[in-house]
Design a protein around this ligand. Structure first.
Ligand SMILES: Cc1ncc(COP(=O)(O)O)c(C=O)c1O
Length: 401
């Protein structure tokens, strides 16, 4: 009997999700109707933030957040070298110069001292650092209080890339703070791509507690246009609108938000199941701890496990090329067993476009060490406990060779 295919991530769509979409399709609004605002309410609530603006993708959310933060030609921004390229590209879309910062190889989270070095590098090039974009990699929140302290020193805005961390939290000053809550970041973004915690097919959102940023983001999402009488230079009638700035068509639809709202009702359950599966992986992999270890979660952080990343343990004085070759062998063995792991991420500084554009400068020892041995194992809420055991059995056999 052929074995069930286990991808690294997958959506979970139930009949109630389908029913919610169908109901919206039969209703009066397909695009900018009431469901977008209802979904935004649910996003703000899950983050514990005052405002949410839902948009076409997480990438669009990053782009608009950079624009609202004042990124433009002549200023720069710093993000992590271990992230999806979108985190760095958003700074470029807004006309700014991105710099990449190294990560701690055990957590894959950005190192704040490396962010500082990147900001110094921008300063030497005559560019102020306008944004810092820490990434909550795999669902574990970056050191936001330290990033915020650096941002305050630099006069920069913090945009938390929370694409991986819906439902996660961190302890600070004796309190728990949620991903996207704005306790330390000025804005945060989420992605609702199907592999994420909840999905709208494609989609994203920006959350913030800043009313000014919120109003600007609403306009930027739709061509820079407003109908708000308080923001018009004049009013020529009830049809009247004005384009105040150059914005974009980054709107999300009511149909997508109907799916998102239905999914959001299950977000806590989805995150809980991810945590259970991650704990099972942790326990099962403990027997192989001399060969493979889970990504370390920073103390005080409760991850929401968008990804479950394991790392090969380098042998004594083993070259990174050799670790990478062993990772490829493990990847291949898993695929042969109908298990589809993934590598998150190729360090951004290695991307040919970043190299060709002169944007790959810096020292990335941590990112290189992390990248050589990392592998994202299947993790999605519909997985069964036995699926975890199956993955770990294949790993044990492959690493025993
Ligand atoms: C860390 C991170 N930031 C941003 C994005 C962009 O999100 P989207 O695919 O919704 O545009 C992703 C998507 O995978 C991501 O992983």
């Amino acid at each position: 009997m052929s074995q069930r295919l286990l991808p690294y991530g997958r959506q979970l769509i139930d009949d109630d999700d389908v029913a919610a979409v169908v109901e919206t399709l039969r209703g009066d609004w397909l695009t900018q109707g009431p469901t977008v605002a209802r979904f935004e309410g649910a996003v703000a609530e899950v983050a514990g933030a005052r405002y949410a603006v839902a948009v076409a993708s997480g990438t669009a959310a990053l782009h608009l957040a950079c624009l609202a933060a004042g990124v433009r030609a002549g200023v720069g921004g710093v993000t992590s070298d271990i992230t999806f390229v979108a985190s760095a590209n958003a700074i470029r879309y807004a006309g700014g110069a991105p710099r990449l910062a190294d990560v701690d190889p055990e957590t894959a989270l950005v190192r704040v001292d490396s962010m500082r070095a990147a900001a110094n590098d921008l300063a030497r090039a005559g560019q102020a650092t306008r944004v810092l974009i820490p990434v909550d990699f795999s669902g574990a929140i970056a050191d936001l209080p330290a990033v915020r302290a650096l941002a305050d020193e630099l006069g920069a805005i913090v945009i938390e890339d929370a694409a991986h961390s819906l439902g996660a939290s961190y302890e600070h000053d004796g309190r728990a703070h949620r991903a996207g809550s704005g306790s330390h970041a000025h804005m945060a973004i989420f992605s609702f791509h199907p592999v994420k915690h909840v999905t709208t097919c494609e989609g994203g959102a920006i959350v913030t507690n800043d009313e000014g940023a919120y109003r600007e983001l609403l306009e930027l999402r739709t061509h820079g246009i407003t109908k708000d009488p308080a923001r018009l230079t004049r009013n020529e009638g009830p049809w009247y609108y004005e384009q105040r700035t150059l914005g974009y068509h980054y709107r999300i639809t009511d149909v997508q938000c109907a799916l998102g709202l239905s999914q959001m009702r299950k977000a806590a359950r989805f995150v809980e199941r991810r945590r259970e599966l991650a704990a099972r992986y942790d326990r099962a992999l403990a027997a192989l701890a001399d060969r493979i270890v889970p990504l370390r979660v920073r103390p005080g952080v409760t991850s929401s496990y968008h990804l479950y990343v394991a790392r090969l343990v380098p042998r004594d004085r083993e070259a990174l090329e050799s670790v990478a070759a062993r990772r490829l062998a493990l990847y291949t063995a898993l695929r042969e067993a109908a298990i589809l792991p993934q590598v998150h991420y190729i360090p951004v500084h290695r991307q040919p476009d970043f190299v060709a554009s002169g944007l790959s400068g810096g020292v990335f020892d941590g990112a290189e060490r992390y990248y050589a041995g990392c592998l994202s194992l299947p993790l999605f809420p519909a997985m069964e406990d036995a699926d975890v055991d199956r993955v770990v059995d294949v790993i044990a056999t492959a690493l025993a060779r």
